[in-house]
Design a protein around this ligand. Structure first.
Ligand code: F6P
Length: 496
């Protein structure tokens, strides 16, 4: 059935400043607090009527039933006939799946205890090789939370470009390095080649039993064993946990090791709290749902092609790249769950950066450019630095002022110095950046992505769009297949 967007498309295009004037209750209607995060959508064009129209669309699209299906382990990833069970990793899901996730976590904890007791010799460096969902999550967690008290030096190496691996080699002592190979499928070219080269580096530098220092994180344990990892050092996770949703599983191992087990558990608890909020709260007070409504309003009604997230906190500088995979790999789809053309824009292009740096680079376009870019500010009340308070005060003031300026604009006689205003933004203000709050924040983004997918009628959980390029790279490497003249020419120039 085609979703009816008529009521949403017919919403009046009232200016943001007028919306505030018209409704003294606007701020409280469009802001809420969940799991240590204050959400404010009042500077978006969402209104009571808009939320009601989206609630009706959600009802027509069966969001409540699909949300239950997500949490109950039904096979909602229809194209791969799989359940979608990352929430079970944080205790919210089908009882069997939650129990299995707990058992896998326990296995991970036991191995961490053994590493800390130096069962694998003295370890100071963790070389984690993995790509996409097998890298971005742990990288974000460690960068965000691991500034103080980090127990190990961690390098997360994703790119097949050997420069990335050599940068890590230059920093690490091979004798004190643990090699962590993270791959859900254990077939990814980049990861297997990087792992092989890392083993070679260890061997060349006199490590006697390099395989004895390898940990595998995977949903394909047999493949890891076949590759040479001892079964006792394989940390499995469920096939039903998608790659870009996997930081809660054993893929989070380097974070659990570097930040400590308690921190990892708190991360899961924070995510679980957001899951319960998402599952049990009416949509007009539901953070992931309201965020998705705003996203959809701008992509579908105002034709915004992008959304920008700016972390006004250096510790969250990797958040925009994490979100790019989560949102674009999930919802960058062209067909519905039934295989029909979706017929409307799907995921916006997610981009962003870190404030205040971005203000001096890309904000010109946001304030005066011709593209409509809904902006999301993410800031933390408690700063991460120990310098004069003025640093953090200025950081937060800048985040808040940018949102105000985008909305208000400024009219002067000189057009080049005028600002149209009426440019939307939302703000996520965290009390503090601790594992629990970060877990809730990431789970919020996951569930928001899910709501958008359901309202668009697409499957957020497959990613066939990444396959064709991989196949063609393989074919080009194997030779014997001809390509278009341009590609043939490039191959000839590079390899003769
Ligand atoms: O190519 C895309 C992708 O499949 C992502 O979805 C995934 O996170 C990444 O590759 C890595 O896959 P794996 O964990 O199987 O190595």
């Amino acid at each position: 059935m085609t979703a009816d967007w008529t009521a949403i498309e017919a919403l009046p295009a009232t200016k943001l400043v007028d919306l505030f004037d018209q409704d003294s209750n606007r701020l409280s209607m469009l802001s809420l607090d969940v799991a240590g995060i204050h959400f404010d959508w009042s500077k978006t064009h969402l209104t009571k009527d808009a939320v009601t129209a989206f609630e009706a669309l959600a009802k027509a699209q069966g969001l409540a039933a699909k949300r239950e299906a997500l949490f109950s382990g039904a096979h909602i990833n229809v194209t791969e006939d799989r359940a979608v069970e990352h929430t079970a990793e944080r205790g919210e899901g089908a009882p069997d799946s939650v129990a299995r996730a707990r058992a896998f976590h326990q296995r991970m904890r036991t191995l961490i205890d053994a590493i800390e007791a130096e069962a694998l010799g003295p370890i100071r460096h963790i070389l984690h090789v993995g790509i996409g969902g097998s890298a971005l999550g742990p990288d974000l967690l460690i960068d965000a939370l691991g500034r103080e008290d980090k127990r190990y030096d961690v390098a997360i190496v994703a790119n097949i470009d050997g420069v990335a691996l050599e940068d890590a080699f230059a920093r690490f002592d091979p004798a004190a390095t643990l090699l962590v190979v993270a791959s859900k499928t254990f077939t990814t070219t980049e990861t297997i080649l990087n792992a092989t080269s890392a083993l070679q580096w260890m061997t060349e530098h006199g490590v006697e039993d390099p395989y004895g220092k390898v940990i595998a994180l995977t949903a394909a344990p047999d493949k890891a064993v076949e590759w040479g990892v001892d079964e006792t050092r394989v940390l499995p996770f469920s096939e039903s946990v998608g790659g870009r949703y996997s930081l809660w599983s054993s893929i989070g191992f380097p974070a659990a090791l570097a930040l400590g087990w308690d921190a990892f558990e708190e991360l899961l608890e924070g995510a679980g709290e957001m899951d319960r909020h998402f599952r049990l709260t009416a949509l007009h007070e539901n953070a992931p749902a309201l965020a998705a409504f705003a996203d959809l309003y701008y992509t579908q009604v105002r034709h915004a092609e992008t959304r920008a997230t700016f972390a006004y906190d250096q510790r969250l500088k990797l958040l925009p790249s994490y979100l790019q995979q989560l949102e674009m790999e999930s919802n960058g789809k062209g067909v519905t769950v039934d295989g029909d053309p979706v017929g409307r824009p799907t995921a916006p292009i997610t981009w962003g950066g870190v404030g205040t740096e971005a203000q001096h680079a890309v904000f010109q376009l946001l304030h005066q450019g011709t593209h409509l870019v809904p902006v999301e500010f993410v800031a933390v009340i408690e700063g991460g630095d120990t310098l004069a308070e003025e640093h953090h005060r200025q950081l937060l003031l800048n985040a808040f002022a940018q949102g105000a300026a985008l909305m208000k604009g400024k009219q002067v006689s000189d057009p080049a110095r005028s600002y149209t205003g009426d440019r939307p933004s939302s703000t996520l203000l965290l009390d503090q950046l601790d594992p629990r709050t970060l877990g809730a924040l990431i789970a919020f983004y996951e569930q928001r992505t899910f709501v958008s997918a359901v309202l668009l009628g697409i499957n957020a959980f497959d990613q066939f769009g990444v396959e064709l390029g991989k196949e063609m790279a393989k074919a080009a490497g194997e030779g014997g297949q001809s390509f278009d003249p341009s590609t043939e020419d490039l191959i000839a120039r590079a390899f003769g």
